[in-house]
Design a protein around this ligand. Structure first.
Ligand code: NAD
Ligand code: TYD
Length: 339
């Protein structure tokens, strides 16, 4: 199989590229990536010389770049997206462009090639918050942020192309991922790298928000199962079955690094902050997939990776995007200090 993996230079996409090349020796991979602040060719350094791998620098919203990259592929796996909720509060336009218009542009190209399967990598955030119980795939979508609304829009576009044009689509809705190569703006890598530098950890609100955490490679295996075994038009939740609140995550990171709780700062809450995400993955489990990595092991490995790979994350935290991402919580930290 020849896969087009969009957003393959990002966090999850780069793991998916590595996994595909190593698990399927007959497969080829083309990556199409715009290399935004979150895209990083260093994430793919170890496969760069693989003759079964090709990188194309381009935007999924550009029909010409998409047509070129799609030449000869059997399936498209769309990871490309703007992904950070806090950024979507400040700059929603780029989310609508990539997460909705980008999906549409890919679907327009796929529609010309009836044998190509299109897998839209989506998120459990499209369901919105749930107080108790877990969402299943037939539940109503109720996104809360411009990020999750845009992701829901991308999904809707995929479903519409199936109904209208018969495109072979599959959708996965994954839980919160963690692991190596995650951009240090998301909770886990931000808190690990801040703690390593004895910098404050800005915990939003009361820290009681719950996420279902999945190790990145378990998520990739779930997407791979849906791609190869999923039914056309199928939607598959990819759950970690591992719900934790943000306080638990924070104390765990501090304990693993031997750092003091005094680094925690309770800051103003994120507007529209979803309280709890929870999904049931029975459909994917019935295809033979199950998460393999325990949270204890996954977190210990992730913390160790960031401790050992300052060369990877330090340039990201001190580079041109620093101002943008620190501005978001610098204000909250300053207010917390005054209280
Ligand atoms: P990421 O932000 O680390 O990477 C996104 C990648 O997409 C980057 O390489 C970036 O350069 C690329 N990209 C952005 N806009 C592009 C465009 N217009 N054209 C081409 N490439 C573009 O994201 P991630 O955390 O790896 O998430 C990947 C996918 O998985 C996203 O679709 C996201 O919604 C979904 N997802 C993420 C999580 C999570 O916890 N991170 C959970 C469930 C689903
Ligand atoms: P995040 O990693 O941004 O993922 P998402 O919002 O997509 O679930 O955030 C995970 C949780 O951590 C979420 O409840 C918000 C919270 N959070 C903080 O408390 N402080 C932070 O600095 C960040 C980035 C997130």
């Amino acid at each position: 199989m020849h896969l087009l993996i969009t957003g393959g230079a990002g966090f999850i996409g780069s793991h998916f590229v590595r996994m595909t090349l190593s698990d399927y020796p007959g497969d080829r991979v083309t990556v199409l990536d715009k290399l935004t602040y979150a895209g990083n060719l260093r994430n793919l350094e170890d496969v760069a010389d693989n003759p079964r791998y090709r990188f194309v620098h381009g935007d999924i919203c550009d029909p010409t770049a998409v047509a070129g990259a799609m030449e000869g592929v059997d399936a498209v796996v769309n990871f490309a997206a703007e992904t950070h909720v806090d950024r979507s509060l400040l700059d929603p336009a780029s989310f609508i462009d990539t997460d909705v218009k980008g999906a549409y542009t890919l679907l327009e190209a796929v529609r010309q090639k009836p044998s190509v399967r299109f897998l839209q990598v989506s998120t459990d955030e499209v369901y919105g918050s749930i107080e108790s119980g877990s969402f299943c795939e037939t539940d109503r979508l109720s996104p809360s942020s411009p990020y999750s609304a845009s992701k829901a829009g991308g999904e809707m576009m995929a479903m519409a192309y199936r109904k209208t044009h018969g495109v072979d689509i599959v959708i996965t809705r994954g839980s919160n991922n963690y692991g190596p190569y995650q951009y240090p703006e998301k909770l886990i890598p931000l808190f690990i790298t801040n703690a390593l530098d004895d910098q404050p950890l800005p915990l939003y609100g009361d820290g009681g928000n719950v996420r279902d955490w999945i190790y990145v490679l378990d998520h990739c295996r779930g997407i791979d199962t849906a791609l190869r075994k999923g039914e056309s038009g199928g939607i598959y939740n990819v759950a970690g079955m591992n719900e934790r609140d943000n306080r638990d995550i924070t104390y765990r990171i501090l304990a693993l690094l031997g750092k003091d709780e005094s680094l925690i700062r309770h800051v103003e809450d994120r507007p529209g902050h979803d309280r709890r995400y929870s999904i049931a993955a029975d459909r994917l489990l019935s295809l033979g997939w199950a998460p393999r990595k325990s949270f204890e092991e996954g977190m210990a490995e992730t913390v160790a990776w960031y401790r050992d790979r300052r060369d990877w994350w330090e340039p990201l935290k001190s580079g041109e995007h620093r101002t943008y991402y620190t501005a978001m919580y610098a204000k909250r930290l300053a207010e917390a200090e005054q209280r």
